[in-house]
Structures are given as C-alpha cells and as structure tokens.
Ligand binder design. Structure first.
Ligand SMILES: NC(=O)c1ccc[n+]([C@@H]2O[C@H](COP(=O)([O-])OP(=O)(O)OC[C@H]3O[C@@H](n4cnc5c(N)ncnc54)[C@H](O)[C@@H]3O)[C@@H](O)[C@H]2O)c1
Length: 313
C-alpha cells in the first residue's frame, strides 16, 4: 500500500516511525513526503498514495484533507480537525460525500492502556453511578516553543493555545469517559506571557448528560511537563489516572493498570499510543464502517473549546 505524509515537522517523526514499523507487517511503502514548499494537490496527483498522513499546522488541515478525500485517498489527520468547528464542518460534509474513503483523527490518548481500562470499567457498571471528575493538564511552553514554530502562537494559524493545541486530548478523554457534555462554562486567557495571542490557561466546568459534573484546569505556564491527571469519583470506587491508573474500590481493594512507556523519537507527554492508533486505522481500511474517531467524533471536544473561545475572546 502506497502511503504519503504531508507536513514533515515535529510530530511527523512518530508517524514515520509507525509507517516504518508497519511496512514489514502489513506491507506499507512510504511513497513520498511533502512540505510547505510543494503544492499538496500536485503532490497527491504525482505520488497517488492510497493513504496520506496530514501533520501540518491546524489552518491547513481541512483544505488538504478535503483535497485528499476528493482524490479517493484515505486520510489520517493530526488533531485538531480545524481551527474552528465551522471550518471542520466542511470536512465532516466532505467525509459524508465520500463514504468509501476513510478518515481518522489522531486523538491517540484514547488508545492508552489506562484510558481503555478506565473506559471498560466505567462501562461495566461495576463502580456504580459516576458523580463527578476533575482533570488537569499542567505543561510548560515557553517563548522558545513559540519562536521555534511561530504558527503555534498565531490565532489565525493555530486557532488558539492550550485548549486546542495541548489540552484537547484530555478534554476529549473526559467527555469520552464521562459521556457527552450538555453545557460548558469557563474562561481561557493569557497569564504567563510566553505567547500574547493564544491563551495559555483555561478553567472549565462541564455538565455531562450522564448526569455528572467535571472540572478541568489546563495551563502551559507550569514549570515542567507534569503528567496529565484525571480523577473520577463513583459510588463504589475512585479512578485516579496520573501516568498509571489506580482504581480504589470502596471495599478496600486497589488495582493498578500500567501505561505503556513511549519509545522512539516522540515526546514522553505525547504518550505511547500514536502507533496503536495508526495500526488500528490501517486495520480499519478493510472494515465497511467509518473509523471510530472520525471528524465528527473528534469535534465533540472542539465544540467545547469553540464555546469557551466564543465567550472569552
Ligand atoms: N497528537 C499529538 O500528540 C500531537 C503532538 C504534536 C503535534 N500534533 C499536531 O501535529 C500537527 C503538526 O504539529 P508540529 O508541531 O509537528 O508542527 P511543525 O511546525 O513542527 O511541522 C509542520 C510541518 O508542516 C509543513 N507544512 C506547513 N504547511 C504545509 C502545507 N500547506 N503543505 C505541506 N506541508 C506544510 C511544514 O513545512 C512543517 O514541516 C499539528 O496539528 C499539531 O497540533 C499532534
């Protein structure tokens, strides 16, 4: 199978490593890589891949993904789907127009061992009613981070800061684990000064349809990249995720699920699950159903982000 990648920057290394690893087991061939110096349409027409990985800045996602779908090329798109939900809706519509072409979005943390264990346990009902949760993303992004890739600090190119760029994964997990969100309130703003255009800190309060309520705190003004935390309180136990997942049951039992350690060239805080998502996406190509994390599914977290941006910009 001929595979291509558009956007050979920081995150592309984990995609290229996964393609390399899968090349032997499922017969992938990296047919070409395209950066911003080349027109992506020309590239797609020349290389004619069956699958394209899109790892460009956010403002390019919808345009490139739509052009690929129109050429019958399956798309694996880095998060977020787009800068705004309105823009992303164009891709959702294009995906509906091309039902035979697969599109997946890299919300790879849903493939973490700990996320999957938490999801399965909550679904089993063993813990009883869920009453609430809290989550935090406390990371460090300084002036050098924005200077290295200036698009990250521009609202027009990145769509925003900590919420859309870093915390989107954990917000997605929170709504995946606790269920759809009916209302979100909160605030996003600049506190640290590393970027003066995109927010570095956000506080959210989420009401889930379950019903349950959760609170979310994300900032890139932290001194270090701390592990993401999620705590979920239920009738018969508490789930505590910080690196590993610990489940403390009301009857005194405790269980721990260890997370896979990331290998290769990725950053430790990206987690180890890019490779699992990418392998699953390729497996899904033989499946008649759409990939389970398509643009509409990935937009659930983006609707919340849009809502906060609308009220605080
Ligand atoms: N899933 C994750 O954990 C994770 C982690 C990091 C980044 N990301 C996402 O990956 C994407 C890229 O982030 P990055 O940090 O690697 O960015 P980057 O700036 O390091 O790389 C972007 C690359 O895209 C290329 N590019 C830009 N416009 C292009 C165009 N029109 N055609 C072809 N190539 C183009 C640039 O030349 C560059 O090589 C973003 O969507 C980001 O949010 C996801």
């Amino acid at each position: 199978m001929r595979v291509a990648l558009i956007g050979p920057g920081t995150v592309s290394v984990v995609h290229l490593a996964a393609i390399e690893k899968l090349s032997a087991s499922i017969g992938l061939e990296l047919a070409g890589v395209c950066d911003s110096r080349r027109d992506h349409r020309e590239f797609l027409d020349d290389v004619r891949p069956e699958v394209v990985h899109i790892c460009t800045p956010h403002d390019q996602h919808v345009r490139i993904a739509t052009d690929a779908l129109e050429r019958g090329v399956h798309v694996l798109l880095e998060k977020p789907v787009a800068n705004t939900v309105a823009e992303a809706d164009r891709l959702v519509a294009a995906a509906k127009d091309h039902p035979d072409v697969k599109i997946g979005v890299c919300l790879q943390n849903r493939y973490n061992m700990t996320s999957r264990a938490a999801y399965d346990l909550l679904l089993s009902g063993e813990l009883g009613t869920v009453t609430g949760a809290s989550a935090s993303v406390l990371w460090h992004r300084d002036e050098a981070y924005y200077a290295a890739k200036p698009w990250r600090g521009l609202r027009s190119r990145a769509g925003g800061g900590v919420l859309i760029n870093q915390a989107i994964h954990t917000l997605d997990l929170l709504q995946w684990l606790l269920g759809d969100v009916t209302t979100v309130t909160g605030h996003a703003g600049c506190y640290g000064g590393a970027s003066n255009e995109v927010e570095d800190t956000a506080h959210l309060l989420l009401d889930h349809a379950r019903p349950a309520r959760s609170v979310f705190f994300a900032t890139t003004t932290n001194a270090v990249d701390s592990p993401v935390t999620i705590e979920i309180v239920a009738e018969r136990g508490t789930l505590y995720l910080r690196g590993d997942l610990t489940v403390a049951y009301a009857d005194g039992r405790a269980e721990t699920v260890s997370e896979l350690l990331p290998g290769g060239e990725g950053r430790s805080y990206w987690g180890a699950s890019h490779e699992l998502l990418i392998a699953d996406f390729y497996r899904s190509l033989d499946d008649p159903e759409p990939f389970w994390i398509g643009p509409a599914e990935a937009l659930k977290a983006q609707h919340l982000i849009d809502e906060i941006y609308r009220h605080t910009s």
